[in-house]
Design a protein around this ligand. Structure first.
Ligand SMILES: [Mg+2]
Length: 252
């Protein structure tokens, strides 16, 4: 497929009834907050997601680095299908059971070392399968945070790896990523047999992009082209929400 044909999908909803939507949350559906706990859904987002979930017969998932509990808090009262902690947690059906395996014991040890060594101003979020260190409030700490996270990870690097996102260094359990989350959801109804479309804004979404492109689907980058240049792109979460609103109207 050439690039202009790829980009045309943003304006052409003629086949959208067969899509399965995979949506990152922070930086894609909602603006990135100064602290993760302060993130809120803007007015109008929840009804649009609810309408799309219905129009797509349930094939809409939120795929986030947050835990699914945290995703549910932001999108309440919805409990959409989705993947939390980059795919460590999975929920296939709206309001359904969350599959939440135990994190490997190495993650406890890494978390303890991270918490013990992080500089003041960095915010540590221990989610179980992943440990995020945010330095959005203190960007000058970037190199210190990255070096100390690498040191905290080193003794257990066979179990986990670090991923550098926007103002965050995140340790993730090996073998878990958003691409595998897409594959797991696409294996079963209501996703199976549909054309997957993934919207994301950060490096951690690249695995999801690769998974949907392997399946003949569409990857839509949100924001600047610091990663995954070329292809369909929406400028920011506001543009994403307007696009989703247009899609919902087209499917109604
Ligand atoms: Mg994001």
């Amino acid at each position: 497929m050439n690039v202009s044909a790829m980009i045309a999908m943003l304006d052409d909803f003629s086949r959208a009834a067969d899509w399965a939507l995979f949506l990152d949350l922070d930086g894609t559906l909602i603006d990135i907050a100064s602290e993760p706990a302060k993130a809120r859904a803007p007015a109008g987002l929840v009804p649009v997601l609810e309408g799309l979930h219905r129009s797509l017969h349930g094939a809409l998932a939120v795929v986030s680095g947050r835990s699914l509990d945290d995703v549910d808090r932001i999108l309440q009262p919805l409990k959409l299908p989705g993947a939390g902690q980059h795919g460590a947690e999975l929920r296939r059906l709206r309001g359904g059971r969350v599959l939440r395996p135990r994190p490997p014991s190495a993650m406890r040890r890494i978390a303890e070392r991270v918490i013990a060594t992080m500089p003041e101003g960095a915010l540590v979020e221990d989610k179980g399968h992943s440990i995020a260190v945010h330095y959005r409030r203190a960007p000058h700490l970037k190199r210190t945070v990255q070096a100390r996270v690498a040191r905290a990870l080193a003794p257990d690097r066979r179990e986990a790896h670090v991923l550098h996102g926007k103002m965050v260094a995140e340790v993730k359990t090996n073998g878990i990523d958003k691409g595998r989350a897409v594959d797991a959801l696409m294996a079963l109804p209501p996703f199976r047999g549909r054309v997957p479309v993934f919207l994301g804004d950060d490096r951690t979404d690249e695995d999801g992009f690769a998974a949907v492109l392997r399946r003949g689907g569409h990857a839509v980058r949100v924001g600047d082209d610091s990663f995954f240049p070329g292809g369909p792109c929406l400028a920011d979460p506001d543009a994403v929400r307007r696009w989703l609103g247009a899609l919902r109207n087209a499917l109604d």
